[in-house]
Write a protein of this length. Structure first.
Length: 79
């Protein structure tokens, strides 16, 4: 359990850094002009494609850390 939680924490940290550095986030908000007498109204939306891609990167990073840890433990126990 400890190995899984530490792998997940490492995946979130390292995957988050990878997403921040390499993925170009563009907001999905847009502005409507002259909406029901208002000069402008900003519509805020979640960017699901960015969230999904970042989630996959974090998941892959977590799995790489976990399986690398398993392989290193097996090699250490073998010697």
């Amino acid at each position: 359990m400890k190995k899984f939680l530490l792998s997940l924490l490492g995946g979130v940290i390292i995957g988050g850094i990878i997403c921040y550095v390499f993925m170009d986030y563009e907001t999905s908000n847009y502005i409507i002009q002259n909406y029901n007498g208002l000069d402008e109204k900003e519509i805020k939306e979640w960017d699901f494609s960015y969230i999904t891609q970042a989630g996959f990167i974090i998941l892959i990073t977590t799995l790489l850390i976990y399986f690398s840890w398993v392989v290193l433990e097996k090699r250490a126990n073998k010697n």
